[in-house]
Design a protein around this ligand. Structure first.
Ligand code: HEM
Length: 556
């Protein structure tokens, strides 16, 4: 840049000297400034055109040439103004469905400056997401740019290629059912505390926003599982860190909705809350550094009956026996907290919405919980003398019975179908690749693909009575204990699929099952009438205006 400026000044020098000689120094200066402004504008336009418009237009043209239906190409903004308008009218998700009705299950639209190929077709999704084609797709750079400021670039969510493969192989065992068993006591403890704190409040006749309640609870569960006793015992650090995480997510959402995160040059500028984001990141980073060092030196321990996520991160080794560095451990644990809190919190909010609006579903869950767990799920009790014996008792018994909560499991699946907390996710094509057999589509290198799981889960040809909440469609066969076969194995994608699918899905399902069982067992909840419940997506999908309910103790 400095070199280019110097060249410019040197190139201008002879004409400037000529003007100064005949018209004086003021005219020379004025002309120099004017020329510089014109040149600057010209360069800026050229950069914007060649970096942001031309490559995206090329992608549009390549899809158009294949006869793919598309929205008109609008440089830089794409269909963002329409999306904004629809969002303001509370019709964000309706807009997605309208686009599918207009174009079919494959179409192209512009999300800001970026061209996106939208897929709502299971066969094509299988070709993009499956392990066989994994080398042809990565997370797109605009997605990665959004998360690097909060979790860094050496973790499951933002890394790619062999670095991601190695980390995934090292971390898969941590999310296996066996390892997760030891997390049950953390989930029951946190849930029990949350329920007691609502019910013990004198003013518990006041409405509670379930969106806030569940996001706090799931953040507390995942952070306690990732950071251990250090996090839970120091109430000050717990409140602080929960608040800071909330702020970081809010800023990330704010920047994402304004396309700041999507354009790497803009995302580095010190505007749009960048400084607050960096300061929050520094605090969280110092906190996690301390936690890792405490755990390594035996100054803190897991809160669970066995190893927690931090223990599993510290003990994980790759094929050559090399463990994660402290930086990698920090980034992975932050990733679990970021990826595993709001998603599961929103799932619980939608489950409660379903229970409060479908009496039969609530009754079915309650009947099952009362039958399978007649004494409820007992939370661990910190004050019991023999902690170890008590913990193992709770785990053995609870875990055995959790598998019998088949109605609760079906209600969770049906909620994930109609209200997937992560309704859209992205892939970027890294090598030109053809998908589909009947009407093959050539995906050019650099094209980004948006998977619309929300509309996929509501397709009438894949789901009979698609808008009806019917949990029985998920009930296991009582004889074989097998789940019903889906119309297509890529018709249900709440956790994505393939090598970049959600690593935490077993954790999330276990957590949701325990929270659901404990809430229906202990509480009555009544939705405050007259609320507008509108699904809205920032990073995850939640009820736009929250979900207000009165919660009271259930007398049994
Ligand atoms: C209901 C709750 C959850 C939902 C709906 C959900 C959904 C998803 C989806 C759709 C993806 C793929 C995103 C993409 O490709 O861009 C994903 C990835 C991921 N999720 Fe979850 N998630 C949930 C809970 C969790 C939990 C509890 C954890 C951690 C304990 C977690 C950790 C992750 C991680 C680390 C990834 C990146 C995996 C990789 O790329 O290898 N998630 N999740």
């Amino acid at each position: 840049m400095i070199g280019a400026l110097l060249m410019y000044v040197i190139a201008c020098l002879p004409s400037l000297l000529f003007i100064q000689h005949f018209h004086g120094p003021h005219t020379m200066l004025l002309l120099f400034v004017l020329c510089s402004i014109v040149l600057f504008i010209f360069i800026a336009i050229a950069i914007i055109y060649f970096k942001l418009i031309y490559p995206q237009k090329q992608l549009y043209n390549k899809f158009r040439a294949q006869g793919i239906s598309m929205e008109p190409f609008v440089p830089l903004v794409g269909q963002l103004p329409e999306i904004r308008k629809k969002r303001n009218k509370d019709e964000q998700m309706i807009y997605q469905e309208e686009l599918v009705a207009k174009h079919g299950n494959v179409y192209v639209f512009g999300f800001g400056p970026l061209t996106r190929l939208v897929l709502v077709e299971p066969n094509l999704l299988a070709d993009v997401l499956s392990r066989n084609n994994a080398t042809n797709y990565e997370k797109p750079s605009d997605f990665v740019t959004a998360f690097i400021p909060i979790i860094g670039s050496h973790n499951l969510l933002t890394s790619g290629g062999s670095e991601h493969e190695r980390a995934r192989r090292m971390l898969n065992p941590a999310f296996h059912h066996i390892s997760l068993k030891s997390m049950i006591s953390i989930i029951t403890d946190c849930t029990s505390k949350s329920i007691e704190s609502i019910l013990s409040k004198e003013e518990n006749t006041k409405p509670v926003d379930l969106q806030i309640l569940f996001n706090r609870l799931t953040l507390s569960i995942i952070a306690s599982s990732a950071f251990g006793a250090d996090f839970e015992t120091n109430a000050h650090s717990k409140d602080d860190i929960c608040r800071i995480f909330g702020e970081m997510l809010e800023i990330t959402e704010y920047r994402g909705m304004r396309m700041i995160n999507q354009i790497s040059f803009l995302s580095r500028l010190p505007f749009w809350h960048k400084n607050e984001l960096d300061a929050a990141n520094k605090k969280v980073s110092e906190f996690v550094d301390q936690i890792i060092s405490d755990r390594r030196q035996g100054r803190s321990s897991s809160m669970s009956t066995g190893a927690d996520l931090l223990d599993l991160l510290i003990s994980a080794v790759d094929d050559e026996g090399v463990p994660f560095t402290d930086q990698e451990i920090k980034e992975e644990s932050l990733t679990f907290v970021i990826a595993g809190s709001e998603t599961t919190g929103n799932l619980m909010t939608w489950i409660l919405y379903v229970l409060m609006t479908n009496e039969n579903v609530l009754e079915a869950c309650r009947e099952e919980v009362d039958r399978v767990l007649p004494n409820g799920i007992e939370p661990t009790n910190e004050h019991l003398a023999d902690l170890v014996r008590h913990f193992s008792y709770v785990n053995a018994r609870t875990n055995e019975h959790l598998a019998d909560l088949v109605v609760c499991e079906a209600v969770i699946s049906e909620t994930l179908r109609l209200y997937p907390p992560a309704p859209f996710f992205l892939r970027e094509c890294t090598h030109e690749h053809t998908i589909g057999t009947e009407h093959p589509i050539r995906i050019p290198k650099g094209a980004s693909i948006l998977v619309d799981a929300y509309t996929l889960h509501r397709r009438s040809d894949l789901w009979p009575r698609p808008l009806e909440f019917d949990y029985t469609r998920w009930m296991r066969d009582p004889k074989t204990n097998l789940k019903p076969k889906l119309a297509h194995s890529f018709a249900f994608l709440p956790f994505a699929a393939g090598p970049r699918s959600c690593i935490g899905q077993n954790f999330a399902l276990l957590e949701a099952k325990i929270m659901l069982a404990m809430f229906v067992e202990k509480c009555n909840f009544n939705m405050i009438p007259g609320q507008k419940i509108t699904p809205d997506v920032k990073i995850t999908m939640r009820p736009k205006y929250g979900l207000l309910a009165k919660i009271s103790r259930r007398e049994t």
